[in-house]
Design a protein around this ligand. Structure first.
Ligand SMILES: Cc1ncc(COP(=O)(O)O)c(C=O)c1O
Length: 767
C-alpha cells in the first residue's frame, strides 16, 4: 500500500514527469507547493471527490483567456499532462487520485502588501475592469452554475445567522442581509451578465509595488451579473481601509473610466458588498461548529465583522453617493427632502388627528415588493400593510394603470369594456349567487352602500355589529364601528339601531378554544341578541375574520350559526372582506369561505387595487333588484372608471399568475409556526393565531389572568421598526401584534422576522 506522499510522487512522475519537494498549502482545498530540483515551482491541486471535470475545464479556460490578454498579470496556468489533459489521474490500490498542476504565481497578496496608496487603488480599479472585460468574452457551458459563494444566491446562507452567538453581531448581520435582499437581489435580473472570477479577494490579488501582478484561484468562476466581480473584490479590498467608502470610490472611479458602470450597478454596489460580507461571516459561523481548528478558514472573519459593524452605521444612500462620487453619475436621483422638514410641513397644514405610527415616525421614499425604503435608502420589511397586496408598486399593476390612463378614463354612464371585464372577473371568484357588483372608491363607501342595500331590501333599520369592529370613517360607518365609538375619543354607542354582539375570540372571550362548540356558542349568543330585538333586523355586518378586534380567527361554526339566526330574523348577512379577502387567508380566496357560508353581500376594499382607490360591493340579483326598484340612480363619479377597473384586473392577474394565495398559505404557516416556537421561550407571548398571512401575536403579562402587555407590545413594534421590520398593534388592548403584509413575502422573510423577534424579546427581558 502506498502512502499519500507516495501516491503524490507517483502522480507527478507519471502524469507530468516531474518530482520534487512538496509542502501543503493553506486555503480551503488540498493543495501542495511542488518545488522541483531545477528551481521551478508549481501548485498541485487535488480534486475533491465528485469534483466536476467540466468545472476544472472552465477554470482552465478562464485563466487561459486572461493569460492571453495580459502580459503584465500572471495567472495560475495549467500544466497539461503528458497526454495533453487538464486533469491528471492515478489509480493505485483501488484509490484514484485526481488533480491539476498549475504554474506557481509570484507576488505579495494584497492583504499582506501594507497600507494601500491612491496609485494602487486606481491600479486595482483599472485591473478589475480589464479582467471583467476579458472574461466577458469567454463562453463556457459550465459557467452556468451556482455555488455557496455565488453572490446572487447569498440569501441561501441567511439562516446561518442563528449560528452567530453574539446578539449584537446578529443584529448587524440581519441588517446586512436585509439590505442585500431588498436593495440588490430584486434588481440583479436587469443587469448585464458575464463570466466572472468570483473571488478576487485580498488573498487572491497579488501586487508588487503599486502594480497588480497576479491573480489566483479561479475555482469560483461562474456566470453572474458582471457587477458582482467588483462588489466581491471591494468587500475584501476595503477591509483595512480607514475610510473604506472613500477608498472604494477611487477604485470604482478607475474601474468606471476603463469600463463604464451603469447607475443601477452603482446603486446596488453597497448592498452587494454587505451581502458578500454577510455570507463570509455566516459561513465562518458555521465552520466554527464543523471545523474550528482550520485557521485558514477564519482569516478574514474578524475584519469582515468589523467592516459589517461599520457599514451598519452608514446610510445606504450615503454609501452609494460616496462610491459613485468619482463617476459623475447620479445615483438615486429621485430624492425627497429631509424627514424633519416633511414632518414640519405636514404639521402646518394637516390636523394632528391625522396620526403617525411609531414614536419616531418614518419617512418612506420608495417601495418595491415586500419592502419600503426610507429616505436614507434603508429597507424595511413590510409585515404590516395589506393594501400593497401583490407587492409595493407591482410593475404589472403600475403598467396597467398607466396604459389605461393614457387611453381612456371616464365614468359608468358610458360603455367601456374594462368595467364589464372586471365584473366578470370578480364574480367568477365569488359564489354563484353573488353576481351583481357596485364599484366604488373606498372600503368606507362600499360599507355605506352595503348598509343602504340591506336597508332598502329588508325595509328594516337595525344593525348587528361585532364588538371591536371597524367599518369606515363616515358618520354612519363610525356609528357601526365599536372600535371607534368605544375607543379613544369615542362617546359610546349613540344609535339605538346599533346592537353589539361579542367578538368570537376563542382566546380572551367568553367561550374558549377554536372548536365547533365555541363557534356555535358565540353564534347562539348572537342569536339571543337577535331574539331580544324590538324592531326588525336589517343586517349583521362582520369582517369574516375580525382584524381591528385583534386578528381573530372565529372558531369553527361561528358564522354558520350566526348567519342562521340572522336569516331567521329576516336580516341579511354582510361580510366585510376589506382586510382579509383576495387570497390572504391562504386556504381559500375569501375569508368567509373558511366558515362554510355564503353572505348576501360581500364588501371588498384595500388590496383590491393594490393601493389605487378602489372598492366594491357584490350581492345577489334579488338584493340588487330591490335597490333598483327603489328608483334612485346609483352613481359614483370615480367608482368603476376604466383606470380603476384595469388596475383591479391586473391585481387579480398577478394574484393568479404568481400563485400568491398559495404563497400566503406557505409563508404564513411558516411564520405562524416559527412564532409559536417562540412561545416556548417567551412567556409574554400568550397566543399566536391566524391563517395564511393574517396572523396575530397576543402579548400578555400573565398567561392565566391574560393581563394585556400593552406597553411591551408598543416597545416591541418600535424596536422591530428600528431593525427594519414593520408591524403594528391592535385589538381592544393594543396588545396584539398584527402580521398582514403583502402576499409576496418569502419564507426567508418569515424566518428572519422570527429570529429578530426572538432577539428583541430576549433583549427586552421577557421571561
Ligand atoms: C374591515 C374594514 N372595513 C372597512 C374599512 C374602511 O376602508 P377605507 O379606509 O378604504 O375607507 C377598513 C379600513 O381600515 C377596514 O379595516
Amino acid at each position: 500500500m502506498k502512502t499519500t506522499d507516495g501516491r503524490l510522487t507517483g502522480l507527478l512522475a507519471a502524469e507530468y514527469g516531474i518530482g520534487g519537494a512538496r509542502t501543503r498549502l493553506g486555503g480551503e482545498g488540498e493543495n501542495y507547493l511542488v518545488s522541483t530540483p531545477d528551481g521551478q515551482r508549481f501548485v498541485l491541486k487535488l480534486c475533491i471527490e465528485g469534483q466536476d471535470s467540466a468545472l476544472l475545464e472552465l477554470e482552465h479556460v478562464a485563466a487561459e483567456a486572461l493569460a492571453r490578454e495580459f502580459a503584465d498579470i500572471a495567472v495560475p496556468r495549467t500544466v497539461l499532462t503528458k497526454s495533453g489533459n487538464v486533469e491528471s489521474m492515478q489509480a493505485l490500490d483501488g484509490v484514484t487520485l485526481r488533480g491539476r498542476l498549475l504554474h506557481f504565481v509570484e507576488g505579495t497578496a494584497w492583504c499582506e502588501a501594507g497600507p494601500t496608496t491612491s496609485a494602487r487603488r486606481q491600479e486595482i480599479g483599472r485591473c478589475l475592469a480589464r479582467v471583467t472585460t476579458a472574461l466577458a468574452r469567454v463562453n463556457h457551458p459550465a459557467a452556468q452554475r451556482s455555488h455557496r459563494w455565488d453572490l446572487t444566491a447569498a440569501e441561501a446562507q441567511r439562516p446561518l445567522v442563528a449560528k452567530v452567538h453574539d446578539a449584537e453581531r446578529r443584529r448587524v448581520l440581519e441588517q446586512a442581509y436585509l439590505l442585500y435582499v431588498a436593495g440588490a437581489l430584486p434588481r440583479l435580473d436587469a443587469l448585464p451578465q458575464s463570466l466572472i472570477h468570483g473571488d478576487l479577494s485580498d488573498e487572491n490579488l497579488l501586487v508588487a509595488d503599486e502594480r497588480v501582478v497576479g491573480l489566483l484561484d479561479f475555482g469560483d468562476c461562474l456566470r453572474n451579473p458582471t457587477i458582482c466581480e467588483l462588489a466581491i473584490a471591494l468587500s475584501y479590498l476595503l477591509l483595512d481601509e480607514p475610510d473604506p467608502l472613500a477608498a472604494g470610490a477611487e477604485i470604482v472611479a478607475a474601474y468606471h473610466e476603463q469600463s463604464p458602470l451603469s447607475v443601477l450597478e452603482l446603486e446596488i454596489l453597497f448592498p452587494l458588498i454587505c451581502g458578500r460580507l454577510a455570507v463570509s461571516v455566516s459561513i465562518a459561523a458555521e465552520r466554527h461548529e464543523t471545523a474550528p481548528d482550520r485557521d485558514a478558514w477564519f482569516v478574514s472573519e474578524a475584519r469582515a465583522w468589523s467592516a459589517l459593524t461599520r457599514y451598519a452605521e452608514i446610510d445606504p444612500l450615503k454609501a452609494a453617493d460616496v462610491l459613485a462620487s468619482g463617476t459623475g453619475l447620479p445615483v438615486f436621483e429621485d430624492r425627497s427632502t429631509s424627514r424633519a422638514s416633511t414632518l414640519e410641513r405636514r404639521r402646518r397644514h394637516f390636523p394632528d388627528a391625522l396620526s403617525l405610527t411609531y414614536r419616531d415616525p418614518i419617512k418612506f421614499s420608495r417601495g418595491s415588493r415586500q419592502f419600503l425604503f426610507d429616505q436614507r435608502e434603508r429597507p424595511h420589511l413590510d409585515l404590516y400593510n395589506n393594501v400593497c397586496h401583490v407587492g409595493h408598486c407591482h410593475p404589472r399593476v403600475v403598467e396597467a394603470g398607466y396604459r389605461q390612463m393614457r387611453r381612456l378614463n371616464t365614468n359608468t354612464r358610458y360603455l367601456y369594456d374594462q368595467l364589464a371585464e372586471y365584473g366578470e372577473r370578480i364574480c367568477a371568484l365569488l359564489p354563484t349567487a353573488l353576481e351583481r357588483c357596485f364599484v366604488v372608491n373606498s372600503g368606507t363607501e362600499a360599507n355605506e352602500l352595503a348598509l343602504r342595500l340591506a336597508r332598502v331590501h329588508t325595509g328594516a333599520e337595525e344593525m348587528l355589529v361585532v364588538d371591536g369592529a371597524y367599518h369606515g370613517h363616515t358618520t354612519t360607518m363610525l356609528q357601526i364601528s365599536p372600535y371607534k365609538f368605544m375607543g379613544r375619543g369615542g362617546k359610546g354607542r349613540a344609535e339605538d339601531w346599533v346592537h353589539i354582539v361579542p367578538i368570537p375570540d376563542g382566546y380572551r372571550g367568553k367561550f374558549k378554544g377554536q372548536g365547533r362548540e365555541a363557534g356555535v356558542a358565540y353564534g347562539d349568543e348572537l342569536g339571543r341578541i337577535v331574539a331580544a330585538l324590538e324592531r326588525p333586523l336589517a343586517a349583521f355586518i362582520t369582517e369574516s375574520l375580525p382584524s381591528c378586534g385583534g386578528q381573530i380567527v372565529p372558531p369553527e361554526g361561528y358564522l354558520e350559526t350566526a348567519f342562521a339566526h340572522v336569516r331567521q330574523a329576516g336580516g341579511l348577512c354582510i361580510a366585510d372582506e376589506v382586510q382579509v379577502g383576495f387570497g390572504r387567508v391562504g386556504e381559500r380566496f375569501w375569508g368567509f369561505e373558511l366558515q362554510n357560508v355564503v353572505p348576501d353581500i360581500v364588501v371588498l376594499g384595500k388590496p383590491i387595487g393594490n393601493g389605487h382607490p378602489l372598492a366594491a360591493v357584490v350581492t345577489t340579483n334579488e338584493i340588487a333588484a330591490s335597490f333598483t326598484n327603489a328608483g334612485m340612480e346609483f352613481f359614483s363619479t370615480f367608482g368603476g372608471n376604466p383606470v380603476s377597473c384595469a388596475i383591479g384586473t391586473a391585481v387579480l392577474d398577478v394574484v393568479r399568475d404568481e400563485g400568491l394565495q398559495q404563497n400566503a398559505l406557505r409563508v404564513g404557516t411558516r411564520l405562524r409556526e416559527g412564532l409559536r416556537e417562540l412561545m416556548k421561550r417567551h412567556a409574554v407571548i400568550g397566543d399566536v393565531r391566524g391563517v395564511g398571512l393574517f396572523l396575530g401575536v397576543e402579548l400578555v403579562r400573565d398567561r392565566t389572568t391574560l393581563e394585556p402587555a400593552t406597553e411591551e407590545a408598543a416597545l416591541l413594534i418600535d424596536e422591530l421598526c428600528r431593525r427594519g421590520i414593520l408591524t403594528g398593534t391592535d385589538g381592544p388592548h393594543r396588545n396584539v401584534i398584527k402580521f398582514k403584509g403583502p402576499l409576496v413575502l418569502t419564507e426567508s422573510d418569515a424566518d428572519m422576522a422570527v429570529r429578530v423577534i426572538d432577539d428583541v424579546l430576549t433583549a427586552q427581558g421577557s421571561r
